[in-house]
Design a protein around this ligand. Structure first.
Ligand SMILES: *[C@@H]1O[C@H](CO)[C@@H](O)[C@H](O)[C@H]1NC(C)=O
Ligand SMILES: *[C@@H]1O[C@H](CO)[C@@H](O)[C@H](O)[C@H]1NC(C)=O
Ligand SMILES: *[C@@H]1O[C@H](CO)[C@@H](O)[C@H](O)[C@H]1NC(C)=O
Length: 563
């Protein structure tokens, strides 16, 4: 009944939020409930601003997992490493740890521990610069970027290592040049480190903002991004994912999840991408490129150089992942964050499995007997089959389908990156991996969704040996037919592992709630990992909502909007 009390307090809080002159009352970032609780625990002072009767006991220790005192039980999520440890881990524990530090919040913890001052401020409003190892993440204050030369460039800038020349990055602070120079090992390419920019750092003898040198002062905290790609979903999400991870590395102030930030892309190409809406999850401002600033000396009061998409042992693109483990909490948090911020509707699972088939309209990797495969699949009354061409839909429309899919089927291709946004219980079926076996299998492991692919080589029929643009045969450059029986068999295997058939009927769930089962303990009845949001969305009953759930309820569930 504690929760009931909480709810009231919360609702009054929510009201306070929406009144226009509520500026001095509490303003919480727009986050899913599980995230908001951890945010509040990171900045416990904010909790004192909440009505005193609006706190939950059960979640008071919840943490993300990058905090040093965060216990495994209180983490956002723990890795799954089923079975015996194999390969290079010494023990089960070492295996789990390895995964956690490679690909989960442990990675963030490592970055935080590495954060070292490179240029020390002499007083509070002085310049500063601090970075992690190999300059993979940096942040600074009151720094001058001299972009006057950029306007003179003939060629457009992208992946360049020479955007700045010596002395074109200035700060007024105590620079430890030895330390900065010692971190320049990863400057082999533009997207591995901020070294190519920071090697040009020089000390300005007078305070930056008073120097009279700034043609433009940017007051809004700014993320400068060196991005990997804009049209390929896999590669562009490597950019977005690392931006998200960087929010945690820079999370030393309650403004951590604010959207009043500026994104500056370190290119002079105009930014355009089918996935550009994703930036709205991070920033309410239009994205800048260097073209918006060229010709000026620009002073940033607050600048973050986030984790990059092609770092050595980096996240997502180059993540080495130990065998046998899956389920990175950081990846799940990213997925939930994007879906929440972009207000993608969530519909509870139904009796029939929602199967989405991604149809490609490209020259290669088409499925020649697609129609046949799908009509056979549709005959199964347990399936609700949908064939979609994502390139014809807006990105948020695509996400709305993915989020409400139980089995996603598609040929090897960047569209499979959508697996990041599948519900936790879903399965991605990479129809054929075209001899690139690890890419989406690993991504599925990181995200924690099940993965299947075609196994019987003799039951897939390529049109020909494939024509790589640079000559030679190549499995990605041809089209395929698939054996219908085997296809149905693989789908039924994916379907039989579904977990939510055991979902308890709503009245029983409610009773379980009231006799004190929390989400974890009634999990055996509803092995659905998102049972909580399922309950909230489908029953529209508020009696068991905890504080943050009620807070984010409006943004988390839109069952009526789309039905
Ligand atoms: C919680 O505190 C607020 C403000 O002090 C009060 O208005 C509200 O009635 C309280 N709620 C409950 C359930 O006690
Ligand atoms: C500069 O950094 C190096 C390497 O981290 C360190 O040994 C040295 O003491 C630092 N110098 C100063 C003046 O702090
Ligand atoms: C990074 O953190 C600083 C200090 O906590 C904060 O003031 C700033 O707004 C953050 N920067 C961005 C771009 O969010």
């Amino acid at each position: 009944m504690l929760l009931l009390l909480i709810l009231n307090g919360l609702l009054s809080l929510a009201v306070a939020q929406t009144t226009p002159d509520a500026k001095h009352t509490l303003s919480l970032p727009n986050l899913p409930s599980d995230h908001l609780i951890r945010y509040l625990n990171t900045f416990p002072k904010l909790k004192h601003q909440l009505p005193s009767n609006a706190t939950t006991r059960s979640t008071s220790s919840a943490c993300w997992g990058h905090e040093r005192d965060c216990s495994a039980e209180a983490r956002f999520q723990n890795p799954h490493c089923a079975g015996d440890h194999t390969g290079w881990a010494r023990s089960k524990e070492a295996q789990v740890q390895t995964f956690y530090y490679q690909a989960d919040f442990g990675y963030i913890q490592q970055q935080l521990m590495e954060l070292t001052p490179m240029c020390m401020p002499k007083y509070l409003t002085d310049s500063s610069l601090e970075c992690t190892r190999y300059l993979r993440f940096c942040r600074g204050r009151n720094l001058l970027f001299d972009l006057r030369d950029v306007a003179q460039r003939e060629e457009r800038i992208r992946y360049h290592m020479d955007v700045l020349s010596p002395g074109q990055l200035l700060g007024h602070c105590d620079l430890n040049r030895t330390r900065l120079s010692a971190e320049m090992e990863h400057i082999g390419s533009a997207l591995q480190s901020w070294g190519p920019e920071l090697r040009n750092f020089a000390v300005l003898p007078k305070p930056v903002l008073e120097s009279g040198l700034c043609d433009l002062v940017v007051n809004t905290p700014t993320f400068i991004m060196k991005i990997d790609a804009t049209y390929n979903m896999y590669h562009h999400f490597c950019d977005f994912f690392n931006l998200y991870a960087s929010l945690f590395v820079n999370q030393s102030h309650p403004a951590a999840f604010n959207t009043d930030v500026q994104i500056l892309i370190w290119e002079t190409y105009p930014y355009d991408s089918p996935f550009r809406d994703t930036f709205k999850a991070f920033s309410q401002r239009p994205v800048w490129t260097l073209s918006d600033l060229e010709g000026k000396r620009v002073c940033f009061r607050n600048v973050v150089l986030p984790l990059l998409p092609r770092m050595i042992f980096g996240l997502f693109y180059n993540t080495p992942i130990i065998q046998g483990c899956s389920n990175s909490g950081l990846f799940r948090a990213f997925s939930e964050f994007i879906l929440h911020r972009l207000q993608i509707p969530f519909k509870p699972p139904q009796r029939r499995l929602r199967i989405t088939y991604l149809s490609r309209r490209t020259k290669y990797r088409q499925v020649l007997n697609e129609q046949d495969l799908l009509s056979q699949l549709e005959e199964n009354d347990d399936y609700l089959v949908q064939r979609v061409s994502y390139e014809r839909l807006s990105f948020t429309e695509q996400l709305a389908i993915t989020r409400n899919t139980d089995i996603l089927i598609g040929m090897h291709g960047a569209g499979l990156t959508h697996l990041l946004f599948l519900p936790n219980w879903a399965c991605i079926f990479e129809l054929y991996n075209c001899e690139d076996p690890n890419c989406y299998k690993d991504l599925a492991r990181l995200r924690g969704v099940r993965y299947r692919t075609w196994e019987q080589r003799e039951l897939v029929y390529p049109q020909d040996e494939g024509h790589h643009p640079e000559g030679g045969a190549h499995a990605k450059f041809t089209n395929y037919r698939f054996d219908v029986e085997e296809f149905l068999h693989l789908v039924s295997q994916a379907a039989s592992e579904k977990v939510f058939t055991f979902l308890c009927p709503a009245p029983i769930c409610t009773i379980l709630y009231f006799i004190g089962f929390d989400r974890k303990s009634y999990a055996p009845y509803a092995t659905l990992p998102q049972a909580e949001s399922y309950q909230i969305c489908s029953r529209q009953t508020e009696s068991y909502l905890s504080i943050t759930e009620a807070y984010s309820r409006q943004t988390e569930c839109y069952p009526s909007k789309t039905e």
